[in-house]
Design a protein around this ligand. Structure first.
Ligand code: NAD
Ligand code: 89V
Length: 336
């Protein structure tokens, strides 16, 4: 049995705990949150007996093989480094770190400890996105030369995650990071990015609209566009829509999880897992899929596809996008 401890019993951790319950050979044996009320409510809901409000104390006591870090970004570096010191494998929520320097240090700490480090970068693991990726990787549209990756919504994301209204960075750091990661999964790493941002909602501090143009190393170009100020009818939250042009055909993932490949349409709707809620079910399913991937990689001693090392390139795109928008110029990733 692989044993885990989870730190941070907030909004999203509940999904992670549901998913862990359904992964064979894994048990979450300890829970931590510095908020004693959230900790005891979550422990009771999931029948977990061991609890601690102090992560360092829990890690020092040990008794588990991996740590699942489900706190917000400000605490990630300290917790990842403490978990590595305690000799644990780590899965850490996105955004992985507040700065690239922090992220590099976290990767180095887990490498030095010889432990697996994966970022819970789950959007590319959504099954409709995986179905589109499989078609492109199988060569069904030839060599991709253009992509559009689009997330536009008017959903009140601040109701569940009120902290998102308070930071001076919002949509690129929180949501764009997922969509940029998807662009990398399809078209490879980017060499250059140009971005513009806007704040439409006056009640939040950061930007809620971002439009980004990426030049990928393999020669492809992509547009990544994100908005939480788009009053779509019907609302499409939380679907990421995409279209890819290849040398022998085109592929489109449309509203309602309709995957069009060279004119043939397939329904790639994700299942609604027993603990999931519509319309979040595609995200909920991806949590189960990414956590299974983490377990498979730890067991095999293999690097996860969304490893800490891999995520450095996604984080670099986030940093470069903010720099580009602030300075009104195109930014080369090599200059970061
Ligand atoms: P939240 O504020 O609801 O929960 C975070 C919890 O962590 C809180 O209960 C807080 O008390 C606890 N905490 C913070 N620092 C701690 C520490 N040092 N030790 C112990 N407990 C600590 O936040 P959330 O909305 O659940 O988001 C958590 C993370 O998950 C964020 O990084 C967010 O970006 C990410 N998230 C990811 C997805 C996704 O689809 N991948 C969706 C939502 C949120
Ligand atoms: O990923 C996130 O943290 C969330 C959501 C999936 C809604 O974008 O904010």
């Amino acid at each position: 049995m692989m044993k885990g401890a989870l730190i941070g019993c907030g909004f999203f951790a509940q999904n992670q705990l549901h998913a862990w319950r359904n992964i064979d050979g894994v048990e979450i044996v300890a829970l931590c949150d510095r908020d004693a009320g959230r900790l005891s409510d979550t422990a009771a809901a999931f029948g977990i007996l061991r609890t601690d409000t102090d992560a360092e104390a829990m890690l020092a006591a040990g008794g588990f093989d991996f740590v699942d870090i489900a706190t917000t970004v400000g605490s990630h570096r300290a917790l990842v480094e403490a978990a590595a010191r305690a000799g644990c494998h780590v899965i850490c929520q996105k955004p992985f770190a507040p700065t690239l320097a922090d992220a590099r240090a976290m990767v180095a700490a887990c490498n030095a400890a010889g432990k697996t480090l994966m970022v819970h970068e789950n959007f590319r693991w959504q099954s409709p996105i995986q179905a589109a990726l499989a078609a492109v990787r199988a060569g069904e549209i030839g060599v991709p030369f253009f992509g559009r990756f689009s997330f536009r919504s008017g959903h009140d994301v601040f109701a569940g995650q009120p902290y998102l209204a308070e930071d001076k960075r919002f949509i690129i750091a929180d949501l764009g990071i997922h969509v940029l990661d998807i662009a990398r999964a399809f078209l490879g790493d980017a060499e250059r990015i140009t971005a513009t941002t806007r704040r439409i909602n006056p009640r939040i501090r950061g930007e809620d609209v971002a439009t980004m143009l990426l030049s990928h190393a393999g020669g492809a170009t992509s547009v990544v566009d994100c908005s939480y100020a788009t009053r779509r009818v019907p609302e499409t939250f939380p679907q990421t829509l995409l279209e890819i042009d290849g040398t022998t055909g085109t592929l489109r993932l449309d509203v309602g999880y309709a995957l069009h490949v060279k004119g043939v349409v397939r329904d790639v709707s994700p299942p609604v897992l027993p603990w999931a809620q519509v319309p979040w079910h595609t995200i909920h399913e991806s949590v189960a899929i990414i956590q299974q991937h983490f377990v498979d990689c730890v067991r095999a001693g293999a690097e996860p596809q969304t490893s800490g090392r891999d995520n450095l390139a996604t984080l670099a795109l986030v940093e470069a996008a903010y720099l580009s928008a602030a300075e009104g110029r195109s930014v080369a990733l090599a200059d970061l």
